[in-house]
Design a protein around this ligand. Structure first.
Ligand code: NAI
Length: 467
């Protein structure tokens, strides 16, 4: 095979694309990955999950030092914020991980084709480099893993100074006085939390009747109450209709219950969802079929309508989550190597990294109702968990939903400390088809937060021990 011929070319190096490339290379396919950004890793690593989690961690330390340590008998004086160091730390984490993926590409002999990939025809791709040079390569198979980008809505055009997307909200040079957040979804609440903890006033405008609309209703309600306790303000059932941008001020004009309200701030974060990235692929050249919402249409084996062209991650249907994209990347690489690649969409966890964290896997209570399923529910509050007491973080609960007849776990929903880590047990449980009793009879170390999950599983059979 010549240097411009491949078994597989992956377009996009986000978590879906780079993991797909690694798995394919492990399985012996001659693999290349096209990425036009200066660094590998896509939205998740460069302007998404990783930098936001770095800031969430740093801002949490700042907030806890200022507000919670005293209760532990730790007296701190003169705590102040050095935002520039916080930002540099975030950038270093991203930079180190960029290099990590480059290293993984070298180790697995994956070629990084630097530039923008566009189809000439199925099996032939043109790469336009940063300096405009064009090269063409041929490939037996192509995986489109081009991800997504923030939606821009007419009433709030990004000016990238006062009105920003999540990318802008990761690099404010000063703590805003008043940050207006449009959209009470995952990004709005996570980035709103960062700046709230660092001292900004934060007001969230949400068009629907609740925040975190796809999540279990009980979790979403509790989350709003806990964030309100921290000082975040919410306008629910409120739609942004116009934004007036001044020199240093931004005014959100909204409709709430038929009335107009105006909210003034100095920054506005618009986080109203993301849309699939298919621009620039020259998809028409191969007649690639898109869904009405702009996502690439695929069958359950990630085949598009064009033979030899596959798609995974945010660019296809399903939740826009890095780990969902990774699983799909592995599955498609295995399918290409004649293995039975498969993703279990019933066991994909979702996490919101607020304080406390929110984590879910499987069906929500509302979805069970819609499906007419008869269920039993166990719920255990962290206030009755010894480790949560020791931490001093007792807000929230763990909830397990099981089929009333078979006891099979259908869903688990946790709001509380380290929920992001606790949910893994329940994802494994669902993957293994476990019953609530399986979890209830498994020994959990004491004292740990995971005992709250075990207690919730016991609660399905109404036999919790510590409450
Ligand atoms: P989202 O879909 O989670 O939330 C957007 C919210 O904006 C919705 O509640 C919607 O009702 C509201 N909205 C839409 N138009 C509005 C308007 N004109 N006025 C007021 N509210 C309006 O979208 P988000 O937060 O932008 O996140 C995008 C994607 O990124 C999501 O699919 C999410 O799963 C993913 N993501 C995941 C993270 C994680 O797993 N921790 C972190 C960040 C993003």
């Amino acid at each position: 095979m010549s240097a411009t011929e491949f078994d597989l070319v992956v377009i996009g190096s986000g978590p879906g694309g780079y993991i797909c490339a690694i798995r394919a290379a492990q399985l012996g396919l001659k693999t290349a990955c096209i990425e036009f950004e200066a660094a590998l890793g896509g939205t998740c690593l460069n302007v998404g999950c990783i930098p936001s989690k770095a800031l969430l961690q740093s801002s949490e330390y700042f907030h806890h030092t200022n507000h919670d340590l005293e209760k532990h008998g730790v007296v701190t004086k003169g705590v102040s914020l050095d935002l520039s160091t916080m930002m540099k730390r975030k950038e270093k984490i991203v930079g180190d991980m960029n290099k990590g993926i480059e290293g993984l590409f070298k180790k697995n002999k994956i070629t990084w084709l630097k530039g923008r990939g566009s189809f000439v025809k199925a099996g032939e791709i043109k790469i336009t480099g940063p300096d405009g040079t064009e090269t063409k390569i041929t490939t037996k198979n192509t995986v489109i893993a081009t991800g997504s980008k923030p939606i821009e809505i007419p009433p709030a055009k990004y000016d990238r100074k006062l009105v920003v997307s999540s990318t802008g909200a990761l690099k404010f040079e000063e703590v805003p006085k008043h940050l207006i957040v449009i959209g009470g979804g995952v990004i709005g609440l996570e980035m709103g939390s960062v700046w709230l903890r660092l001292g900004a006033k934060v007001t969230v405008i949400e068009a629907m009747d609740k925040i975190l609309s796809g999540m279990d209703g009980e979790l979403a309600k509790t989350m709003q109450k806990l964030l309100e306790k921290q000082g975040m303000e919410f306008h629910i059932n409120t739609k942004l209709v116009e934004t007036v941008v001044g020199k240093k001020e931004v005014k959100a004009i909204c409709e709430k219950n038929g009335e107009k309200i105006e909210i003034k701030g100095d920054k506005m974060l618009v986080a109203v969802g993301r849309k699939a990235n298919t621009e620039g692929l020259n998809a028409d050249a191969i007649g690639l079929k898109l869904e009405k919402n702009g996502k690439v249409a695929v069958d359950k084996h990630y085949n598009t309508n064009v033979p030899g062209v596959y798609a995974i991650g945010d660019v296809i249907a399903g939740p826009m989550l890095a780990h969902k994209a990774e699983e799909e990347g592995v599955a498609v690489a295995e399918i290409l190597a004649n293995l039975p690649g498969h993703v279990n969409y019933d066991a994909i966890p979702g996490v919101v990294y607020t304080w406390p964290e929110v984590a879910s896997v499987g069906l929500t209570e509302e979805q069970c109702k819609e499906l007419g399923l008869s269920v039993k529910i166990g719920k255990f509050p962290f206030i009755a968990n010894a480790r949560a007491k020791a931490f001093g973080n007792t807000d929230g609960f763990a909830k397990v939903i099981a089929d009333a007849r078979t006891d099979k776990i259908l869903g688990a929903h946790i709001i509380g400390p380290n929920a992001s880590e606790l949910i893994a047990e329940m994802a494994v449980a669902i993957e293994f088809g476990a019953s609530a009793e399986d979890i209830a009879r498994s020994c959990h170390a004491h004292p740990t937060l995971s005992e709250a999950v075990k207690e919730a599983a016991l609660g399905v059979d109404k036999r919790m021990l510590n409450i």
